[in-house]
Design a protein around this ligand. Structure first.
Ligand code: SR1
Ligand code: MG
Length: 415
């Protein structure tokens, strides 16, 4: 087996492949498991049984793992590999190291992070992550501010825009995040049955909401603001109490900065809704919610502070040497982030790609209520996005949505 023609590997192929690429000695006793839990690719962990050393091989097929209906270019592997290299330069220590890229087998090799946990699982397990806010806001500012026209040479930036054109992956986002949750255009939505009628009335039936979503969609499709990750949910972040590592930037392209910030915020809100619905003891619940609320607010506030600091230090455009310009720019990112957070909340509840924070709420009434709280939050975030100016505004919206939902449940006729 020379690996000179593409095929989708099985674990035993991936072990042979890792040896073939020189990662292990010819006589090493290797074990290999496919450990991918995402919707799109295959992820193999190859381990030398004698030394315990391991690497990860990530391979792309020609369709998404979740469904053959998604035909996606294998060039996404090149994008992901190059992005991870960039992350290691722009935000050292906050992504896995990458070792090797193969454009025949459409795969790359990277550092094994099995000592860490996927953040969604860590949050469901109620772990506190004391450094997350600082780590993720450093990551966001280093990877986003430093790829804008404010910081980069305009020609260098335009060359990067060309290098990271990513139409197939953008199409997935345009369909699954922006269009389908608000229209059910392709009949692929998958709402929780007890909320089906509510969604038909409050989401599909809301023309004003659709108009705002349309504006956000055209922004996503046209605003080459910075080189964004493009799928920065808590399944794309490994954590423990000391470390944070961002993975999976295959959706990267030049898009609006708020797309990354908003995704982080929305996914913390899923963790909040999970805690709200599942923790029985009141004191414990309120402690966990408080920590999550501080984390949500912290992401927004520390992002703004660090973005402004980076701007003051490294803005190169003469027009940018004005504090008011910087503040307007970052305020607009925060408003965009509110809009995107609303979109992410809606699409993970209504659309086909769900999140475990919600699907694992076993009691159907609690799950239905949690979903409606988040959908009400989504509507407020989208419709009133410019009123979101700091972290406290995001938390207030979440709590206002819960109050509205509970008032509606308490009223005799409901909604
Ligand atoms: C067909 S892919 C579905 C979702 O999984 C990815 O992680 C992205 O979030 C995408 O929208
Ligand atoms: Mg992914």
């Amino acid at each position: 087996m020379r690996f000179d023609r593409f095929f989708v590997m099985q674990p035993e192929d991936a072990a042979r492949y890792a040896r073939h690429r020189g990662f292990f000695a010819p006589d090493a006793a290797l074990s290999c498991r496919e450990i991918g839990d995402g919707n799109i690719n295959y992820v193999f962990r190859v381990r030398d049984e004698a030394t315990g050393q391991a690497i990860i091989i990530k391979q792309a097929g020609e369709t998404a793992r979740i469904s053959d209906a998604f035909k996606i270019t294998t060039d996404r592997v090149r994008i992901e590999y190059e992005m991870l290299r960039r992350y290691n330069e722009l935000a050292p220590g906050l992504s896995p190291k990458v070792y090797d890229y193969d454009d025949v087998m459409h795969c790359f090799a990277m550092e094994d992070l099995s000592h860490l946990t996927i953040m969604r699982e860590a949050l469901i397990a109620r772990r506190r992550l004391p450094h997350f806010v600082e780590h993720i806001t450093t990551f966001l500012v280093q990877t986003l501010f430093y790829t804008t026209d404010i910081a980069l040479d305009p020609k260098e930036k335009k060359a990067l825009v060309r290098r990271y054109i990513n139409p197939d992956l953008c199409e997935i986002t345009e369909d699954l995040v922006y269009t389908e949750p608000f229209t059910d255009a392709k009949r692929r939505n998958d709402p929780f049955p007890p909320n089906r009628d509510w969604i038909a009335r409050e989401i599909y039936g809301d023309a004003a909401l659709r108009r705002e979503v349309a504006a956000l969609k055209w922004q996503f499709m046209t605003e080459a603001q910075a080189l964004i990750h493009g799928d920065l949910h808590t399944g794309s972040i490994f954590v423990d109490e000391r470390e944070t590592k961002v993975i999976d930037p295959e959706f990267a392209f030049f898009g609006p900065i708020g797309y990354d910030v908003g995704n982080v915020v929305a996914n913390l809100m899923f963790a909040w809704a999970h805690a709200e619905a599942t923790i029985e003891a009141e004191m414990e619940r309120s402690d966990d919610l408080h920590w999550l609320e501080q984390t949500i607010a912290g992401v927004v506030d520390r992002f703004q502070a660090k973005f402004l600091a980076a701007w003051r230090k490294d803005a190169r455009d003469p027009l940018a040497h004005d504090e008011a310009v910087a503040r307007d720019y970052v305020s607009r990112i925060v408003a965009d982030s509110a809009g995107v957070a609303g979109l992410e909340l809606a699409r993970r509840i209504i659309g086909l790609a769900h999140v475990k924070d919600i699907t694992s709420i076993a009691d159907p009434e609690r799950r239905a209520r949690a979903e409606r709280i988040l959908l009400r939050t989504a509507k407020m975030l989208i419709m009133r996005r410019v009123a979101h100016r700091d972290g406290a505004d995001f938390v207030e919206t979440l709590k206002a949505a819960r109050a509205r939902e509970d008032a509606s449940l308490a009223s005799t006729d409901g909604e």
